[in-house]
Structures are given as C-alpha cells and as structure tokens.
Design a protein around this ligand. Structure first.
Ligand SMILES: *Cc1c(COP(=O)(O)O)cnc(C)c1O
Length: 404
C-alpha cells in the first residue's frame, strides 16, 4: 500500500530518541526548550510554545487571545476539524468563509464582504484562523489589513506549512515587522509578521514529526507566557505572577488559571530537533515530486495544484481535482480505482460544517458552494519525501490508465 503521506525516520533520529530516553527528564525539560528555540530561530520569530499536538496549540492560542462565550471565530471549511473545534472548546461560536477556487485557501474577497455584513449586525469575529492548505501560504498581508480595520486577531493554522515561505508585502518587497527576512522578499511561515500566533503540527503525515506534537509561535511575550500557563494546568512558579499568601506557608507554585496538561515530552522534542536538520531537504524533495506529477499528469483532464509565484509551498499535499464536466470518471470512481490498486488516496478535506456534529449546530448543505465543489472533486495523491520514482510512476500510470 502506498499511503498519501508518511513520516521519514533516519537512524540518527532513532539514536537521538534513544539518548533522550537515557536523560534526566523524560517529560518537558531542557530538550523541549531547545526544540522551541530551534523552530523559533528557523522561523525568525521570538518564541515557540511546544505542546502535545497542533490541536492543543490552537486551543491555548484561542485561550491566550481571550476567546470565550459570545465571541466568534471564523475559519475556512476546507481544513481539519481542529481549526474550528478550538473555538468550541472555549465556548465560542464558529463561522466559515468560503475558499478561493484557485488556491483552495480562505477567499480574502469573501472574507472582506462577510466582515462588512458582520459589522452592521455587531457580530464581528474576535479571531480569524487562515489555514495554509497543503502548505501554500494564504495572502497574509491582505488578511492582516482586514484584521486592523475590523479589529480581529489572527491565528495562522500552519499545520501543513513549516518550511513554506510567503511574501510579506503585496509588491514582493519584504518589510518584516518582526523577525528576520530570508531575502528575495520571502519570509518563513511561522514568523508571525502578519499574525498574532502561528501553529505547527508534528503529526507523522506532516512535514516534520515528533510522533504527536505541535507548537505555537508568537512575537508577543505576554501571549507566550499565557500559553505556557495554559499548557500546564494554569500553574505558575514565577513569584511575580503569584497572589499574596501568608509568609509562614509554603507557596512554591500557584494555580492562577484553568489550564490543561498539554505538555510535550523531551523524547518527542529530541525527535523534533533531529528532524529539523532535514526540514529544507524534505521540502525540496516534495517540490521534486510535485514537478514529476505536474509533468506526468499534464495532458490529463485533471486540475493540478496552482502555485502562486509570491510564495513557496511546503507541499504537504498534492491535490488533484476531477471535475464532473471535464472527466469521463467521477471523483468517487477514481478514488475507488486507486484504492483497489493499493494507492491510499485521501480527501483533504470534507467541509467542516458538513460534519454531523456541525450540522447539529445549525449549518446546512449549500452554505459554502466553492468548498462543496472542492469536496466533490479533490483527491490528495501520495506525497512524502520517501515516495520513490517507481512508486510515483505507478501512481501516474494508473491515473493515465483511468483517463485514456
Ligand atoms: C493536522 C492538522 C491539525 C491538527 O494537528 P494535530 O497535531 O494532529 O493535532 C490542525 N489543523 C490542520 C490544518 C491539520 O492539518
């Protein structure tokens, strides 16, 4: 079976994890801090807060930004459910903005229109969560401009996008507010030049892995400190945060918020540090695979991924579209044929609001037409650094066979 995505584990990854097992700390210790520094310096951002998943990172990001009952969080329907569940965890409301037909990311024009309407009825979002689908960055400078106009906070769900880069300015000239530039006007996703917080996932199918894990990046030390408290029970041992208590009692820590146990372990962080060494290599390899797919599929009646020249994707996914009016076979049929040939294609994603849980919240079919068209035509074909030429050729040949 060829999967759609897979981790890449080397002998040195394994050795590093074994070393971590022999160290003093197994749970969150100095290795977690090193991993945070490593990712933060790669991104050119001030702080990283490592947690046990991107889902947890999204949750503490919302909490740190003060999301609560009565507030709204907006995101795209074409994402993993975690991008919107984080609002529900906080007792807040969720709404969705349809996607752009070319990038499949949140459509900035529709976002602008919806904000205008929401302002009239006093239901502006507190937080907007753009998702860099498949690793292609959203137009963050445009979203940030809207954020300033309508006063919302931004959490980038960059679960697919560590190693991706975006243009900081619409004209291609980078003027980072914070963090370092990588030249040519490109900045690493995660540097938070145009957002409050960015979140990465280290699930095994993502660009680098820690087994399970995630990280929230920010340039705001207050947000970072808050997220660190939420990650570990809302407990602090910093005396400047503590409430006054009688001198004769021992108060070496205090719980000051309702937090969680979302900590990453040093074992996971050790794997992450080792994987970071090959991040750029992984992304380059993904680009190579994408180029071979582009070449091998170019004369078929499929839509291959559109790429903006203003950004550099991390190519987490390679999404093809099988559109009803162009193809002799349906998406469902192509899915079945590939599965039967031991190629484990997948669909990223079913529009979140069409999930039964979200339907119960009142969302109806037809709400975001472009996302529903995408749902009925998109498939993610195998894309991961270890996909070899033979395997890739067999995927291409099966697709060619289907459409010839
Ligand atoms: C994978 C993913 C998540 C959740 O990541 P975990 O680390 O598995 O919690 C959130 N959002 C998107 C877009 C993802 O792809």
């Amino acid at each position: 079976m060829i999967p759609y995505g897979r981790q890449e584990i080397s002998q040195s990854d394994i050795d590093t994890v074994i070393e971590a097992l022999k160290s003093e700390f197994l749970t969150q210790g100095p290795t977690v801090a090193q991993f945070e520094d490593r990712v933060a310096s790669y991104c050119g951002v001030q702080e990283g807060v490592a947690v046990n998943s991107a889902t947890s990172a999204l949750h503490i990001a919302c909490l740190a930004l003060g999301l609560g009952p009565g507030d709204w969080l907006w995101t795209t329907p074409i994402t993993f459910v975690a991008s919107s569940n984080c609002a529900l965890y906080c007792g807040a409301n969720v709404d969705f903005v349809d996607i752009d037909s070319k990038t499949y990311n949140i459509c900035v024009d529709l976002l602008a229109e919806k904000l205008k309407e929401a302002e009239k009825i006093g239901k502006l979002p507190k937080i907007v969560v753009p998702v860099h689908l498949s690793g292609q960055p959203c137009d963050m400078s445009a979203i940030r401009m809207l954020g300033k106009k309508y006063n919302f906070k931004i959490i980038e769900d960059a679960s697919h996008a560590i190693g991706a880069k975006y243009c900081a300015e619409p004209n291609g000239i980078s003027k980072p507010l914070n963090g370092k530039s990588t030249g040519k006007g490109f900045e690493p996703v995660g540097n938070c030049s145009h957002s409050d917080i960015s979140v990465f996932s280290f699930h095994p199918v993502k660009i680098i892995t820690t087994g399970e894990g995630g990280m929230a990046m920010t340039n705001d030390p207050v947000l970072a400190a808050r997220m660190k408290k939420f990650r570990s029970h809302g407990i602090t041992s910093d005396s400047s945060d503590m409430f006054e208590r009688p001198e004769e009692e021992i108060w070496n820590y205090q719980q000051i918020l309702l937090g969680y146990n979302y900590r990453m372990t040093d074992i996971h962080a050790a794997l992450g540090i080792s994987q970071m060494k090959r991040l750029d290599e992984f992304v380059q390899r993904r680009h190579e695979i994408a180029r071979s797919y582009n070449e091998g599929l170019k004369d078929l009646p499929l839509t291959t991924p559109w790429q903006s020249n203003k950004s550099y994707s991390s190519y987490h996914l390679y999404v093809i579209k099988i559109e009803k009016d162009k193809c002799s076979k349906t998406q469902r049929q192509v899915y079945a044929i590939l599965q039967k040939n031991n190629i484990n294609v997948n669909l990223h994603y079913i529009p979140v609001y069409r999930q039964p849980y979200y339907e119960k919240l009142g969302f109806k079919k037809g709400y975001c037409p472009e996302s529903e068209k995408y749902h009925q035509s998109a498939l993610s074909i195998p894309m991961y650094p270890g996909l070899d030429e033979n395997q890739q050729n067999s995927v291409i040949n099966i697709l060619r066979g289907i459409f010839s």
